[in-house]
Design a protein around this ligand. Structure first.
Ligand code: ADP
Ligand code: ZN
Ligand code: ZN
Length: 743
C-alpha cells in the first residue's frame, strides 16, 4: 500500500492547476482515478487521485489525510485520465476542467446519490412453502405475499405494492417468523423503458453488406477510421446496429454519438429495442438520478453501449471496440464553452489510444471530413442508394422573386400551395420548414425604419404571438411590445418576416380543419416535449408539421410525401464562411424526410437565390458536385480546410474597453510577427474590429481575427495567441480556433 497520493482538486482556478499531496489513512483503499474528498484550506473539496506515491519531499506534519473516497472504484479509467491530460495541454486549460468532462456534473458536488430500494425474498422452498402458508391462516395478506413470492425470486417492495396494499408490516411479521428476508438493494433509475419489443433483424441491403465488409474486419483488428457517406434513407442506422453488435460479440464496448439526443429519439429507440439493457443513454435532459445511474451502469460494465450527445464521447467504457458518430457534420459536436473540444477529434484520439474503430457517417459529410477522406485520413465508404431502391424525392426550386412579380406576396408559392392541397386531399402528411421560431423575426417602425432590438444584445427581437411579447433568441430576454417606436415615437409598427407561429397560423387560415403540429424550441421543452409532438404526428392526428431545423434531422415518417422549405436561403446570409455548407446540409437533410414510405416524395424549395450552387446541389441531392464547388471556393478565398481561422474574442461592459484590449492584442501580434519572419509568412491576414454581433447579454464584443496556413508555423502562432489570451487583461477574453460560429 502506498501511503500518499497526488490529487487534482475540483476547483477551476488557474493557480490550483497543480496536484496536491495527501496522505492515505490506513485501511482506506485508494486507486488512481478515484474521486475523493480532501481538506483544502478551511474547506472540504472533491478531487481526483492522479498518482500514488510511496514517499514525499514535504514535511510529513504538513500533509493532510484524505477524508474519504466517494466510490470504491476509480471514476476515471486510465485512458480517460490520459485523454484529460492531453486535452488540458491542447486547450491550455486546468486539468480540473478536462477531468470534469469525464464525470457527469450530477456526480460532482454529491448532488445525487445511489438509490436503494427494499426487496423481499422467501426463505423457505418446496414443501415448506405450503406449510408456511398454512401457518398464516388468519392473515390473508401474508398468505397472498407468500403466494406472490413462491417463485423464490427477489421482489421489490414497489412491485409488491402494486398488488398488495401496504405489504411492509405483513412482510415484517413474516420476517420475524423466519419465513422471508427483507433487504435493501441498489437500483438503477432508467430513462427509457427497457426490454422493449425485440424486433427481427432485417436482411441487409447489398449497400449495407458492402460497407460492413470493410468495418467488421477493422473492428476485429481494433483499428481503422471510416467516413460513411450514405444518402438519406440508405439505412445507416442498421449499419451502426450490426457494427455495434459485432463489437459486443467480441466482448468489446461501443459509443454511438448523435447530434442532440432530444432531436433523434428514433435512433435511441431503435438501439434500446435491439440492445435492451446493454444500451445506456446519456443526455442533458435526463434527471440527475437517471444520468448518474446510466453513467454507473456503463462504468460498472452492466451496460456496454453508450448512446448520447457530444459529451458521451467520454463515456467510461473499457475495452472500446467502436465509436460511431452519426450525422457527423452537425455543429453540435463542437463544444462552445471552454475547453472547446470537438467530439469527432476526441473520438479519433480515443480510438487510436484504445485500439478501436472510428465510424463517422452522414448523408452530407462536412467539407472538412470529406477533404480528410480524400487525403486518406479516413477510408471513404458510400451507400448511394436508398433501402429497397426507393427513389430520392423529386425536388422543385421556386424562384420567389418571380412569384412576387406575378403578384403573390404570400408566404407560400402557388406551387407549394397546390402540392399541399393535393397532399392533404390524398391523406398524406407534409413537413414545412422555416428557420425561425416565434411569429415574426422582426418588428420594424414604418415611419423611421428602426428595428426593435433586444436591450441586452445587438440583435433584432422576435415577436411571439403565443404570449404577445418580444423575445430575444440570444439571451432569452422577454419584453412587452412597445406602443410607440422607441426612436421616433410613431405608433406604426409592423411585423416582418415569417416564423413558425406565423406559418402555422397561415396554414390554419388556408386549410381550415387540417390539424398541424409545431416543432421548435418553444414546443419541445422538457424531457418529453419533443417526443410528444412527434408522436402526435406519427399517429396521424396531425397532417402537417411545421418546424425549425430540428425537423430536418433523422426523422423517419413513412406517410410524409411532401416537404417544403418556405425560406430556404436565409441561412446563406449568415456571417460565416460555412453558410453555404450549412444551407446545403440543411436542405439535403430536409429533402431526405420525403418519400421514405411506399409513395414517392416531393420537395419544394422556395428561394430568392435559386441560382446559388448550394441550393442547386441540394435540389439534385448531389453531394459531390457541392463538395467540388465549395472546396474550390474555399481554396480560392483561403478558408478552412486550406487555412486555420482563429480569433480572440474580448468581452467587456463597454465597447471602448473591449476595443482597447483587442487593439492591444493586435499590436502584440503585429510586433511579434516582425520578429518572426517565418510566422509572418504563415499568417495570411489579421485584423481587429467589432465582432459581427457587437453585444450579447450586455457584453460588448470585439475581436482579433486571424487567418493562417495550416502548418507547423500556424500551430506556433496559435500557441502564441493562446499565450496572449492568458495574460492579464481588463476584460474577459476567449481564444477560438476554427470556431463553430463567427457571430
Ligand atoms: P438513414 O439514417 O441512412 O437516413 P435509416 O437508417 O433511417 O436511413 O433507414 C431508413 C429506413 O430503412 C428505416 O425505416 C429503416 O428501418 C429501413 N431499413 C434500413 N435497413 C433496412 C434493411 N436492410 N431492410 C429493410 N429496411 C431497412
Ligand atoms: Zn438579448
Ligand atoms: Zn420610428
Amino acid at each position: 500500500m502506498s501511503a500518499f497520493c497526488d490529487v487534482c482538486v475540483d476547483i477551476a482556478v488557474a493557480d490550483t492547476n497543480r496536484a496536491f499531496t495527501y496522505s492515505i489513512p490506513e485501511n482506506m483503499r485508494v486507486l488512481v482515478g478515484m474521486r475523493v474528498i480532501v481538506p483544502f484550506g478551511p474547506r472540504k473539496v472533491e478531487g481526483i487521485v492522479l498518482a500514488l506515491k510511496y514517499e514525499v519531499e514535504l514535511e510529513l506534519g504538513r500533509i493532510k489525510p484524505i477524508i474519504r473516497t466517494l466510490e470504491d472504484y476509480p471514476a476515471i479509467l486510465p485512458p480517460n485520465m490520459q485523454l484529460a491530460r492531453e486535452m488540458a495541454d491542447k486547450f491550455n486549460c486546468p486539468l480540473a476542467a478536462t477531468l470534469r468532462l469525464m464525470v457527469p456534473a450530477q456526480l460532482r458536488k454529491s448532488r445525487v446519490s445511489v438509490k436503494n430500494e427494499k426487496f423481499a425474498r422467501l426463505l423457505v422452498s418446496g414443501e415448506d412453502i405450503k406449510k408456511a402458508r398454512d401457518s398464516q391462516s388468519r392473515a390473508p395478506t401474508r398468505q397472498l405475499l407468500i403466494d406472490l413470492m413462491s417463485d423464490g425470486e427477489e421482489h421489490s417492495l414497489s412491485n409488491l405494492r402494486l398488488l398488495v396494499r401496504s405489504p411492509l408490516s405483513a412482510l415484517q411479521k413474516l420476517e420475524e417468523q423466519g419465513i422471508v428476508e427483507i433487504f435493501e438493494k441498489e437500483v438503477f433509475r432508467k430513462p427509457y423503458p427497457s426490454g422493449l419489443l425485440k424486433t427481427e433483424d432485417p436482411i441487409l441491403t447489398p449497400g449495407q453488406e458492402e460497407v460492413l465488409s470493410e468495418i467488421i474486419p477493422a473492428i476485429n483488428k481494433g483499428q481503422g477510421s471510416f467516413l460513411l457517406h450514405g444518402v438519406t434513407g440508405s439505412g445507416k442506422t442498421e449499419v451502426y446496429i450490426r457494427a455495434v453488435r459485432h463489437a459486443l460479440k467480441l466482448g468489446k464496448t461501443a459509443i454511438v454519438l448523435v447530434p442532440e439526443i432530444i432531436l433523434t429519439p428514433q435512433i435511441v429507440s431503435w438501439f434500446v429495442s435491439r440492445f435492451g439493457d446493454v444500451a445506456a443513454v446519456l443526455h442533458s435532459r435526463l434527471s440527475a438520478g437517471e444520468r448518474y445511474d446510466e453513467w454507473r451502469r456503463l462504468r460498472l460494465g452492466d451496460a456496454k453501449v453508450a448512446i448520447g450527445a457530444r459529451s458521451a464521447v467520454f463515456a467510461p467504457l473499457q475495452n472500446l471496440g467502436i465509436i460511431i458518430v452519426d450525422e457527423e457534420h452537425e455543429q453540435s459536436y463542437s463544444s462552445e464553452s471552454s475547453p472547446a473540444y470537438d467530439a469527432r477529434e476526441v473520438a479519433l484520439s480515443r480510438c487510436k489510444r484504445e485500439g478501436a474503430t472510428l465510424l463517422l457517417a452522414s448523408a452530407t459529410p462536412s467539407i472538412l471530413s470529406f477533404a480528410k477522406a480524400g487525403r486518406g485520413d479516413y477510408m471513404l465508404l458510400e451507400m448511394p442508394e436508398r433501402v429497397n431502391a426507393k427513389p430520392l424525392p423529386k425536388v422543385h426550386i421556386v424562384d420567389m422573386r418571380e412569384e412576387l412579380r406575378l403578384g403573390n406576396t404570400g408566404i407560400l408559392s402557388n406551387l407549394l400551395l397546390q402540392k399541399l392541397e393535393e397532399c392533404i386531399k390524398k391523406g398524406d402528411q407534409a413537413i414545412l420548414f422555416v428557420n425561425r421560431r416565434g411569429y415574426a423575426p422582426s418588428v420594424v417602425c414604418r415611419s423611421c425604419g428602426e428595428r426593435l432590438q433586444c436591450p441586452q444584445c445587438d440583435v433584432a427581437q422576435t415577436y411571439h404571438r403565443s404570449d404577445k411579447q418580444m423575445h430575444c433568441h440570444y439571451c432569452g430576454g422577454i419584453s412587452p411590445v412597445p406602443e410607440k417606436c422607441p426612436s421616433c415615437g410613431s405608433t406604426f409598427l409592423k411585423t416582418c418576416g415569417v416564423g413558425t407561429q406565423k406559418l402555422e397560423e397561415e396554414l390554419k387560415k388556408l386549410f381550415p380543419g387540417v390539424t398541424t403540429v409545431r416543432l421548435d424550441n418553444d414546443t419541445t421543452r422538457g424531457k418529453d416535449g419533443h417526443r410528444k409532438q412527434l408522436s402526435v404526428f406519427r399517429s396521424g392526428a396531425a397532417q402537417v408539421m411545421v418546424g425549425t431545423q430540428m425537423i430536418a434531422k433523422g426523422l423517419d415518417f413513412p406517410q410524409v410525401t411532401l416537404v417544403g422549405a418556405v425560406l430556404a436561403d436565409l441561412s446563406l446570409n449568415l456571417p460565416d464562411y460555412r453558410a453555404a455548407e450549412r444551407t446545403f446540409q440543411l436542405l439535403t437533410q430536409l429533402a431526405g424526410r420525403a418519400g421514405r414510405g411506399d409513395s414517392e416524395g416531393e420537395v419544394i424549395i422556395q428561394s430568392y437565390k435559386p441560382e446559388h450552387y448550394a441550393i442547386k446541389a441540394a435540389a439534385t441531392q448531389d453531394f459531390r458536385s457541392f463538395f467540388n464547388q465549395e472546396f474550390s471556393r474555399r481554396r480560392k478565398d483561403l478558408y478552412p480546410p486550406f487555412t486555420i481561422i482563429a480569433r480572440i474574442l474580448c468581452l467587456a461592459d463597454d465597447n471602448i474597453t473591449a476595443r482597447k484590449v483587442s487593439g492591444e492584442m493586435f499590436r502584440f501580434l503585429d510586433s511579434k510577427l516582425k520578429e518572426k519572419p517565418l510566422w509572418k509568412k504563415s499568417v495570411l491576414f489579421f485584423r481587429e474590429d467589432d465582432a459581427p454581433i457587437k453585444r450579447i447579454m450586455g457584453k460588448h464584443r470585439s475581436q482579433l481575427f486571424i487567418k493562417m496556413v495550416d502548418n507547423k508555423m500556424g500551430e506556433e502562432v496559435i500557441a502564441y495567441l493562446s499565450e496572449i489570451s492568458r495574460m492579464e487583461w481588463n476584460c474577459s477574453v476567449q481564444l477560438e480556433v476554427n470556431p463553430a460560429t463567427l457571430a
